[in-house]
Write a protein that binds this ligand. Structure first.
Ligand SMILES: [Zn+2]
Length: 172
């Protein structure tokens, strides 16, 4: 099973990976790694590499924009469709009690977040979990083995494709 690591372990790992001041979101959007769920024309969908809950997904604008005022209508349409598809996918595959969906971010580039416009979809599995315990790193983050990441990614990819097709078809 994926296991909890402490906030400090996660930060130490990030410090090795991220140059100070680098925009993590821009790097993720331009990566082709195992965490990529979907690269769209304007929006990218990724598994969070440092999930607060196992199966956390991020939906990120490809352009480096930091406010909703900069988001164009076509970007928002694609983003909202991906948010819908990704949340449906998580519900089907991981069967959480519910999903928290939030556009978080910071005022400047930080190790744990970015000013870049993005949403987090966080599957919540325990009745005792509340926003105050989920939207923080104080209680740790999840880490998995290569096999666990592979299994998660494969399961989500399959359902993602079905959901995206279903939602696109519904629009026609
Ligand atoms: Zn950026």
């Amino acid at each position: 099973m994926p296991h909890l690591i402490t906030r400090q372990e996660a930060i130490s790992n990030l410090e090795k990976e991220i140059a100070k001041g680098e925009c993590i979101a821009c790097r993720l959007v331009n990566s082709q790694g195992k965490y990529l769920l979907h690269k769209g024309a304007r929006i990218t969908v990724l598994l969070s590499e440092y999930p607060r809950c196992w199966g956390q997904v991020m939906v990120i604008a490809n352009r480096h924009i930091t406010s909703f005022g900069e988001l164009e209508t076509e970007e928002w349409k694609e983003m909202s469709q991906y948010l819908h598809a990704a949340t449906r996918t998580i519900e089907q595959v991981l069967k959480p009690l519910r999903c928290y969906v939030a556009a978080t971010g910071a005022a400047d580039n930080q190790l744990m977040t970015t000013p870049h416009l993005h949403f987090n979809i966080i599957p919540v599995y325990h009745k005792t979990d509340k926003p105050a315990t989920i939207f923080t790193w104080e209680h740790g983050l999840y880490a998995g083995t290569e096999a666990e990441w592979k299994e998660l990614s494969e399961n989500l990819h399959k359902a993602w494709k079905d959901n995206l097709l279903f939602l696109r078809h519904g629009e026609e």
